[in-house]
Design a protein around this ligand. Structure first.
Ligand SMILES: Nc1ncnc2c1ncn2[C@@H]1O[C@H](COP(=O)(O)OP(=O)(O)O)[C@@H](O)[C@H]1O
Ligand SMILES: [Mg+2]
Length: 250
């Protein structure tokens, strides 16, 4: 009997594999090497924080995971899928939601129109309904008809995350989501992320300041000059504060 190829590769995540496994990741922008052997892991349902000063290589790590740096070597697996064989535009289809520093919402559309746009990238999993988005981000619900141009930085950040949740992403890569936002908005984002964590999402938070992630993350990595230089659990955080403040210059 001749075996026929399955029409579509299985999109379902492997039950036992971690959400994200990065091994010995090197990356370059042209001639310039920015990552020098990064190892990190996010278990399914785990929230992990990647800390570092500006220029440490955190955004480059996320970009290399997504196949957006000009060159990379090493291994990246999401839910057990080896990304070496996956084209960048297909990575989101495995359930990865990347929220870059620049938020990429449509300024000419209202909040609700932004949420109703057919997602550019489908993950194959069911995304959040509008009712679920409203429940998670009451601030956005109040601003449903407001044009994108009138949204505050924090509202834009929520909208960017909401759009990712609409796609059905299960692993969230969030780059400096709290940066430059008013404390009340940072608190609202923190509550939303805690609720996603409680619902079983796997989350990698990139931050410069550990205060935002201190109550959210199960584990912490610290990056310096393209390398992971520290790794510790939430339980160890109280003993690491001084060292962290020194490493991060906060
Ligand atoms: N597009 C790029 N081309 C060349 N070098 C870059 C580019 N983006 C970032 N870099 C360099 O890579 C290093 C790491 O930057 P980045 O990953 O943005 O750090 P972080 O996100 O931790 O602030 C820095 O030295 C930065 O100047
Ligand atoms: Mg960055």
């Amino acid at each position: 009997m001749i075996e026929t190829e399955p029409r579509r590769a299985a999109a379902a995540p492997s039950a036992s594999a971690p959400a994200l496994e990065v091994g010995n990741l090197h990356a370059w922008y042209g001639e310039s090497q920015v990552l020098h052997g990064v190892d990190l892991r996010v278990g399914v349902g785990e929230t992990v924080c990647l800390l570092g000063r500006n220029g440490a290589g955190r955004t480059s790590t996320l970009r290399a995971i997504m196949g957006l740096t000009s060159a990379r070597s090493g291994t990246v697996r999401v839910f057990g899928h080896d990304l070496a064989r996956v084209k960048p535009h297909r990575i989101a289809g495995l359930g990865v939601g990347y929220c870059p520093e620049e938020r990429g919402i449509f300024a000419s559309l209202s909040t609700r129109e932004n949420l109703l746009l057919p997602p550019l990238l489908h993950t194959g999993f069911e995304g959040f309904s509008l009712a679920e988005i409203d429940a998670l981000f009451p601030n956005l619900k109040e601003r449903a008809d407001a044009p994108g141009t009138s949204l505050s930085g924090g509202e834009q950040q929520m909208l960017a995350l909401a759009r990712i949740l609409r796609t059905g992403a299960r692993l969230l890569l969030l780059d400096e989501i709290s940066e430059g936002l008013a404390p009340v908005i940072v608190q609202a984002l923190g509550r939303a992320i805690a609720s996603l964590r409680d619902r079983g999402f796997s989350i990698l938070l990139v931050e410069q300041n550990f205060h935002f992630s201190a109550r959210l993350a199960d584990r912490f990595y610290v990056m310096e000059r393209g390398r992971i230089v520290e790794h510790f659990s939430r339980q160890e955080l109280p003993h690491r504060r001084e060292q962290l403040a020194r490493l991060l210059g906060v």
